[in-house]
Design a protein around this ligand. Structure first.
Ligand code: TTP
Ligand code: MG
Ligand code: MG
Length: 429
């Protein structure tokens, strides 16, 4: 434990003075922004998210806006990108149509997004995080996970205090505020960072995890969106507490790999590590043919094989792709790429293949091709990938089958399992 923090169960987020449990205001500076937690100095996984990010940057750059409701958005799509916390009091939310937002908050100042500026500020924030640890995993322009385990010796301070200092520094040097979630795993760190926005600092310890989660809705769990929550609701499951009473085998029988994820996360079990994002922007595989191919049917097995390669690679890299990209080169060397953004990110060969197939169908009009490639971009955390498909139960079954095959492959080697599409085509290229 750090000097200064010893014998104190908490500290002041403004002046960092250690505080004995039970004080309501800082004994040094009088600030009410005190943090206490029995596990405060043992927790090392943090999630940081900037508050009303685009709006905060605009307020920083135009002090006249400070006390006004500000909405960022507009342009072609006419939706709200974000709103400052003053506008939110009036009910303005991200993704709301702009006309609705202005109905809710008629005096709002509307500003068009200046992405270049936000990207720059996002990088500055990230750079300050990276001064603390190389284990920074960005999730989006304004948020990241940090693993601060082992940094105490380096910084002579436990992670909790390092994070409070970082929040202070970002305010002073960059001019925007962040909210911090501190826990022992990614799932709960992320939940925590959202609990007390803006300028939040929330801690969820190991001892309270199960009790903390119990009353919360299943949508708190990563990867449980509206659709999946709907299925759970039909099965009578609304809260995480209900999941906590269920058997792992039961959940797996009902919901496949997602069931296992539910079982684990409901208990606060999440052993995903914080890893700096792979610099790769996409994962793909392609092949050039000996002889040009024009027939759709002849391209299908090759596409299947390439999709499996891509799937293996994304799984190995611990990423998932949100967009599938099909690439073709015609006999006369003209390139064609076709993209499709998926509802949810995927790691599955089957989803990649089927999406690619759909794109391929439109391109096979007799043209001769010399190259076929398939890949995924918009890489993200696989935690959100491949939720069970409720519309297409077949897809869920195929996903379960694929997971089973992955297991077999891991156990017996790659050649052990071949699907109908790739069987016999392995030496094709
Ligand atoms: P968020 O972190 O989701 O939101 P926020 O930072 O504006 O507010 P909060 O305090 O709740 O974290 O997203 C970061 C930025 O991404 C946000 O400032 C604008 C942009 N964004 C959109 O353009 N559209 C959206 O629907 C959302 C959610 C965010
Ligand atoms: Mg944010
Ligand atoms: Mg965010």
């Amino acid at each position: 434990m750090a000097q200064g923090a010893a014998h104190h169960t908490g500290f002041c987020r403004d002046c960092l003075t250690g505080q004995a449990e039970g004080l309501r205001r800082c004994r040094a500076c009088g600030s009410p922004r005190l943090v206490y937690h029995p596990e405060l100095y043992d927790l090392t996984i943090a999630h940081i998210d900037c508050d009303a990010f685009y709006a905060s940057v605009e307020k920083r750059d135009n002090p006249e806006l400070v006390d006004k409701p500000v909405i960022i958005g507009g342009g072609k799509r006419g939706v709200v990108s974000t709103a400052c916390y003053i506008a939110r009091i009036n009910g303005v939310r991200s993704a709301m149509p702009m006309f609705k937002a202005l109905e809710a908050c008629p005096d709002a100042v509307v500003i068009r997004p200046n992405m270049e500026k936000y990207v720059t500020v996002g990088r500055q924030v990230r750079a300050l995080m990276q001064e603390l640890t190389p284990l920074v995993q960005p999730l989006s322009i304004d948020e990241a996970f940090l693993d601060l385990s082992g940094t105490e010796r380096l910084h002579h301070d436990p992670p909790a205090r390092i994070l409070a200092k970082l929040a202070r520094r970002i305010e002073r040097e960059i001019g925007i505020s962040i909210s911090v979630g501190l826990s022992y795993c990614k799932f709960l760190a992320k939940v925590a960072s959202d609990l007390q926005k803006p300028r939040g600092f929330s801690v969820i310890g190991q001892a309270e995890a199960v009790g903390f989660l119990a009353p919360r809705p299943v949508t708190t769990i990563w990867g449980v969106g509206k659709a999946f929550a709907g299925t759970l609701e039909k099965d009578g499951i609304r809260t995480i507490g209900q999941l906590q009473t269920m058997e792992e085998s039961d959940l797996m029988r009902r919901y496949g790999t997602m069931g296992q994820r539910l079982w684990r996360l409901a208990r606060g079990i999440d052993d995903r590590t914080v890893h700096p994002n792979d610099p790769a922007k996409s994962v793909s595989a392609e092949t050039t043919f000996f002889d040009d191919i024009s027939r759709f049917e002849d391209l299908v097995p090759i596409l299947r094989q390439l999709s499996e390669k891509v799937s293996t690679r994304v799984k190995r890299q611990g990423v998932a792709g949100h967009t599938v990209v099909l690439k073709l080169k015609t006999a006369d060397f003209k390139s064609r790429t076709r993209n499709r953004r998926l509802e949810d990110p995927t790691q599955l060969a089957d989803r990649i293949f089927r999406t690619g197939l759909n794109l391929l169908e439109r391109e096979t009009d007799g043209t001769k091709f010399r190259l076929l490639g398939i890949g995924v971009t918009d890489l993200t955390d696989p935690a959100r990938a491949d939720p069970p498909d409720l519309v297409d139960q077949q897809a869920t079954r195929r996903a379960a089958a694929e997971a089973a095959m992955d297991k077999l492959r891991d156990k017996f080697g790659k050649q052990a399992v071949e699907t109908g599409y790739t069987f016999g085509t392995r030496n094709r290229d």
